[in-house]
Design a protein. Structure first.
Length: 117
């Protein structure tokens, strides 16, 4: 790096850029929300496999079938914001469906569902 002029021999170098930390914080939030929703869906699938089909929208299998990671998130801020809104609506839809499942009221007490709420 010194030969390319990127680092001085005895200079101070800072890597704690506030904009970088802020961007990472936002990405972490999206990942956490997506992973929490995925965990709730997986928990429901384990404790009530027959209810999974009733509660989960078909497009959720594609959206939450793999880990929600930075590499799977859209690259532009606008697309990420759109995905965040979709994940929020998906979470609300799942919680509403669980609350409406009068034949399985205990689903709302599943720890991953409580965490999602």
């Amino acid at each position: 790096m010194q030969t390319q002029g990127l680092l001085k021999q005895r200079g101070r170098h800072h890597t704690d850029s506030t904009p970088i930390f802020a961007a990472v914080r936002v990405l972490n939030r999206w990942e956490r929300v997506g992973e929490t929703l995925r965990a709730a869906l997986n928990a429901v699938a384990v404790v009530a496999p027959e209810g999974r089909q009733r509660l989960a929208a078909p497009e959720w299998y594609e959206r939450y079938g793999h880990r929600v990671e930075h590499s799977h998130l859209p690259k532009t801020d606008a697309a990420r914001q759109d995905l965040a809104e979709v994940m929020g609506k998906d979470g609300q839809r799942l919680l509403t469906a669980i609350d409406a499942a009068t034949d399985q009221p205990w689903l709302s007490q599943v720890p991953a569902v409580v965490l999602l709420r």
